[in-house]
Design a binder for this molecule. Structure first.
Ligand SMILES: [Zn+2]
Length: 301
C-alpha cells in the first residue's frame, strides 16, 4: 500500500476520502460511514475499528488550521491496522486480541469546510466565499471556524452562555475566523452531527485532538469522572506532554466539556505539537513518534 505522504500535498476532502476508502479496502476489519454533513455539504466521515459496544472516540480537526491532527489520527490508524493485519504485537501487546474486546472510532475531520478553506482559499466555501474573503482579510491559513464563521469548539452546550458573554467582552460579536461560538449552542450541522452520533453510541471515552502546545486537558465541572485525572497523568507520563487546566476563552463550550457534562464519562483535549499554527506537515513524524505510546494507550484504555 502506498506510504502516507502528506507533505507538500493539499490535504483536502478528496484526498481524505481517498485515504479512507483505501483503508477500508486494504483492511477488511474496518468499517466507515458518515455522521453528517458540513455547512457546505462536505461529508463528515468516521472509521470504526474493533468492538462496536466498547469503543473510544477520537475527533480531529475541529479547527481549520489544525489539519495536522487529521493527518496524525490517520497515520496512527494506518500503523495500527498494519500491525493487526500482520498479526504483530505492539510493546508486547497482541492488538488483534485487544480490538476484539475494545473499539476505536475515528472522525478524522469534523470541520472539512474549515480545513479546505485553509488549503484552497475562500472558493472552498461555496456561497460563503464572499463572507470568508471579507472576514479573513486574506489570511485564510488562519481560518479556524466553519464556513459561516462559527468556531465549532465554542458551539457546544456545556457552559455556552458564560463563554458567549466572555466572547462579547472580548469584542467577538459576530461570525469570524475564530472564537465566535454561534448565536445559540449546537447551532451548526457539524456540532449537531457529532453530539447526535455520541448520543446514539455508547462511547466509553472521547479525545479531541487540537494543535498546538503539548498539553492535555481533562477537567470540566462536577460530572468529571474521578479517574479522569489519573488517565490524564498516564497520558502525560507516556508522552512528556503536560496536564493543564484551561483558562479564559478556553473554558466551556467545547466538545470535551459537552461529553463530560452530558455523558458523565472521561473526555480529553490533547493539544499536539509545539510551534505556531498551522504546524507544517513536515512536523508530523516528529509529533507522531513522540506520542505514539500515548495514542495506543488512549485507544485501548
Ligand atoms: Zn483547536
Amino acid at each position: 500500500m502506498e506510504e502516507l505522504i502528506f507533505e507538500n500535498r493539499k490535504f483536502v476532502q478528496n484526498m481524505r476520502k481517498n485515504i479512507i476508502s483505501s483503508f477500508t479496502k486494504e483492511y477488511k476489519f474496518l468499517s466507515s460511514g458518515i455522521i453528517g454533513q458540513s455547512v457546505c455539504g462536505r461529508s463528515i466521515d468516521y472509521i470504526w475499528l474493533g468492538n462496536r459496544a466498547e469503543a473510544n472516540l477520537w475527533v480531529a480537526a475541529h479547527h481549520g488550521m489544525e489539519w495536522i491532527t487529521s493527518m496524525l489520527v490517520l497515520k496512527f490508524l494506518r500503523n495500527i491496522c498494519e500491525i493487526i493485519k500482520k498479526g504483530d504485537e505492539f510493546c508486547g501487546i497482541n492488538l488483534n486480541g485487544c480490538f476484539k474486546k475494545k473499539g476505536l472510532v475515528i472522525i478524522p475531520c469534523l470541520n472539512p469546510d474549515g480545513v479546505d478553506i485553509n488549503f484552497q482559499g475562500s472558493l472552498a466555501a461555496g456561497r460563503y466565499a464572499k463572507f470568508i474573503e471579507e472576514t479573513s482579510h486574506g489570511n485564510l491559513i488562519s481560518w479556524q471556524a466553519n464556513a459561516r464563521g462559527v468556531d465549532l469548539n465554542h458551539n457546544y452546550s456545556a457552559g455556552w452562555e458564560e463563554l458567549h458573554k466572555l466572547e462579547e467582552k472580548n469584542g467577538i460579536l459576530k461570525p469570524c475566523s475564530t472564537r465566535f461560538g454561534g448565536l445559540k449552542p449546537i447551532s451548526e450541522p457539524e456540532t449537531k452531527a457529532l453530539t447526535s452520533f455520541c448520543s446514539k453510541n455508547n462511547f466509553k471515552l472521547a479525545i479531541a485532538f487540537h494543535s498546538q502546545g503539548e498539553e492535555i486537558y481533562w477537567d470540566y465541572g462536577l460530572n468529571t469522572p474521578k479517574y479522569s485525572e489519573n488517565i490524564a497523568n498516564i497520558l502525560a507520563l507516556s508522552s512528556g506532554y503536560k496536564v493543564s487546566k484551561p483558562e479564559g476563552l478556553a473554558v466551556g463550550g467545547g466538545f470535551k466539556d459537552w461529553f463530560i457534562e452530558n455523558l458523565k464519562r472521561p473526555a480529553f483535549t490533547i493539544e499536539i505539537g509545539e510551534g505556531k499554527n498551522p504546524l507544517p506537515a513536515s512536523c508530523l513524524n516528529e509529533i507522531y513518534y513522540k506520542i505514539e505510546k500515548m495514542l495506543f494507550i488512549s485507544a485501548l484504555i
